[in-house]
Design a protein around this ligand. Structure first.
Ligand SMILES: [Zn+2]
Length: 694
């Protein structure tokens, strides 16, 4: 950290320092997001950004709207204003058949005279079309396509897209005024991740990546937009004043990236229409390998003068055509809804459809995700529905044709018992889960893997693949069977020798006396993670006590157990299958050990990282508390971090923790953690802390 006070920097020095930093960061953004070719590590990059943020917060007068720090979103707006486009954003005529494309070529030749016509072919990106305006190389405005002439001003939201440069690269030929057309996209992986998050938080999901991109750009709170995985590809100049003049479209596509505007890499200059038709065939094959959605190929005349000669019809130009792929959505009847119990116990409603050909694949089942999705669609059994298939995404029901109802349609509701093991179904966020856990056959493999995992019973050598094999070969049908395994049985498995068989059996044997808290965690009770398992272990003297004394009252007395978790625990122990399984484990000699952890070392081995400003105690106090309790404090987040504690205005560490799946806790949660450890009353945080620290 540099201390500027001591350096006696003049205002000008600071200004030039800030400018230099901005320039450097912009350059790295360009290399990373546009060129996909970063030259510095993420840590170094974060360091530069942090330094800039710090300077800007010290010298607010030097703040600038085009600073790279402004890509995090601004204050929410009440609504969007409508803005006029610099030039009309036309739509394209589209065709599905090869013969229509040849006819298009013939029409062009009729108007321009014979001889081969040069075309440029590009993928037809299935996202949200936007106009982006630069003045003197500076991003000033962005709007949705709207009706083609006017759209919504979504400048603040567009700013948050990492691959959209706020300043163009400083090279010759940049127009003073430049309006470019681009497509805002969301990757298929980003879309899946987003939907999963939304579902977990009980929020409505998006039907496809296009809707997700559009919904994200039309957010009133740009901070939400900033959190969404959006990307942008540019593909045309709508209008320009000054700067380099172009004679062909291909030349434009080759120049935009030099200015910092990302162009889709799958583009082709075609000597004649047959080339473009070939390109369409190739892209149709390529389509499933792309991580974003395209729904066809756009074929445009390369020669810009010839384009002007051809002109436009009322809404679409004569010089371009969209050659679409076979549609991947069809209408069919939803005949029934069945429940699938997933590996982790989630109950997924699956639509059984009257089989229908969707883009060359026969579809008879489609995911309905969860109950919220069903409610949002308003779908009933017997409805006519639209089914969509995109990339590698599982087919989904995306629309209900409610006007076509006959009155015979039936409402659907989820069963309250697991269809596989008859255990009670519990609701967590948008999901319904089977509470059977370790004793539900649908969750067998997953629960054995969990039971054997490092933080649970820690059975050395019993990994994912081996569990799959043992279950598939019929050697184990529950965790109890693990303890009955004989080396002779294992030797029959391919690749298992005398020594390795012996080794596994003794590793299983060793797991019989793991600490009590690990055993509780190993049971895979829904919503009971490692930490809560420790809490329960501290509050119950033995398995016996857990089995006999668990009551709602007793659980609710424990500081960290809320009503939802308490219900999960009660459901688990009310389940005869689970009780039977635990008793069988005990009969096999599984005796978890109750360990008395000294209070002083309760955070032993735990790594903490702090980010942002704490309000109730100083960073130093918090760090001291961790160290006093045997934990460790690190400055950077890695996969080895156990907790990231965040205060106000957290930095990039928080996002990184999210990416790595590291637990993030607020200051209050951190205080809670320490308070629980101390075993003291809730009353006086400061007092408790004081006794820990000093
Ligand atoms: Zn079940």
């Amino acid at each position: 950290m540099i201390c500027y006070k001591d350096l006696h920097m003049t205002d000008l020095d600071i200004q030039s320092k800030i400018e230099k930093l901005r320039e450097e960061i912009r350059n790295h953004n360009f290399l990373y997001y546009t060129k996909s070719n970063p030259i510095i590590s993420d840590e170094k990059y974060d360091g530069l950004l942090r330094e800039l943020k710090e300077l800007e917060s010290r010298y607010p007068l030097l703040m600038s709207a085009d600073s790279p720090t402004q890509k995090v979103g601004a204050a929410p707006v009440k609504g969007f204003i409508t803005v006029e486009h610099a030039a009309a954003m036309l739509s394209l005529d589209s065709a599905l058949a090869e013969v229509e494309i040849r006819e298009f070529d013939k029409r062009v030749k009729r108007l321009l005279g014979d001889g081969d016509i040069e075309y440029v072919a590009e993928p037809k990106l299935d996202g949200l079309s936007v106009e982006i305006v630069y003045e003197n190389g500076r991003f000033v405005r962005g709007s949705t396509r709207g009706d083609g002439y006017r759209g919504e001003d979504v400048t603040q939201n567009l700013k948050t897209i990492k691959s959209l440069p706020l300043l163009l690269q400083k090279i010759d030929g940049i127009p003073q005024f430049l309006a470019v057309r681009g497509e805002v996209m969301m990757s298929i992986t980003g879309f899946d991740r987003l939907n999963k998050n939304l579902a977990q938080n009980g929020q409505a999901m998006f039907a496809n990546p296009r809707n997700a991109a559009s919904g994200s750009i039309r957010q009133l709170d740009s901070k939400i937009t900033a959190s969404r995985p959006l990307d942008i590809f540019f593909y045309d100049i709508l209008f320009q004043q000054g700067g380099r003049q172009f004679s062909g479209h291909w030349e434009i596509l080759k120049t935009l990236p030099q200015w910092g505007l990302k162009v889709n890499p799958n583009i082709k200059k075609c000597d004649h229409i047959e080339d473009a038709i070939d390109f369409h065939k190739n892209m149709a094959d390529e389509r499933d390998r792309l991580d974003y959605e395209i729904d066809g190929v756009v074929i445009k005349l390369n020669d810009l003068v010839a384009r002007r000669q051809l002109g436009t019809k009322s809404r679409s130009p004569r010089w371009a055509i969209a050659y679409k792929f076979e549609p991947r959505r069809e209408k069919t009847k939803l005949e029934d809804i069945v429940i699938q119990v997933g590996r982790t116990g989630a109950l997924t409603p699956v639509a059984l459809l009257r089989p229908v050909d969707v883009g060359g694949v026969t579809i008879s089942r489609a995911s309905l995700h969860n109950m919220d999705y069903i409610c949002k669609l308003g779908v009933k059994i017997g409805d006519k529905v639209r089914v969509e298939r995109a990339g590698d995404v599982i087919p989904a029901v995306t629309r209900v044709y409610k006007k076509e109802r006959t009155g015979d349609e039936k409402d659907f509701s989820l069963p309250d018992k697991c269809p596989v093991c008859n255990s009670v179904v519990i609701k967590t966020g948008a999901y319904h889960l089977c509470s059977g856990g370790i004793s539900c056959p649908a969750q067998l493999k997953e629960s054995i893997k969990h039971y054997a995992s490092k933080n649970a019973m820690d059975i050395d050598g019993l990994g994912t693949k081996l569990v799959d094999r043992l279950v598939d070969e019929g050697l184990i049908g529950s965790v109890v069977d693990l303890y009955k395994l004989k080396p002779e049985q294992l030797k029959s498995l391919e690749g298992f020798a005398e020594k390795s068989s012996q080794k596994l059996v003794s590793a299983i044997e060793k797991s019989k006396n793991r600490p009590f808290n690990r055993f509780i965690y190993a049971l895979g009770i829904k919503n009971v993670g490692r930490h809560l398992a420790e809490v329960l272990a501290a509050n119950f003297s033995s398995i016996d006590a857990l089995l006999k004394e668990t009551s709602k009252d007793k659980l609710m007395q424990i500081n960290e157990v809320g009503p939802e978790v308490a219900q999960c625990i009660l459901d688990f122990f009310a389940n005869d299958r689970n009780l039977e399984l635990i008793n069988k484990l005990i009969a096999q000699g599984v005796v978890p050990e109750k360990e008395d952890v000294a209070i002083e070392n309760i955070l032993a081995g735990k790594r903490f990282v702090f980010t942002g400003t704490l309000t109730k105690l100083t960073r130093m106090q918090a760090q001291d508390a961790v160290k006093k309790l045997g934990g460790r404090v690190a400055s950077a987040v890695s996969a080895a971090t156990d907790y990231v504690v965040f205060g106000d205005n957290p930095g990039s560490k928080l996002a990184k923790a999210g990416k790595l799946g590291v637990s993030t806790i607020s200051e209050d949660e951190f205080l809670n953690l320490i308070r629980w450890i101390k075993g003291s009353d809730i009353t006086d945080i400061r007092y408790t802390l004081k006794t820990i620290i000093y």
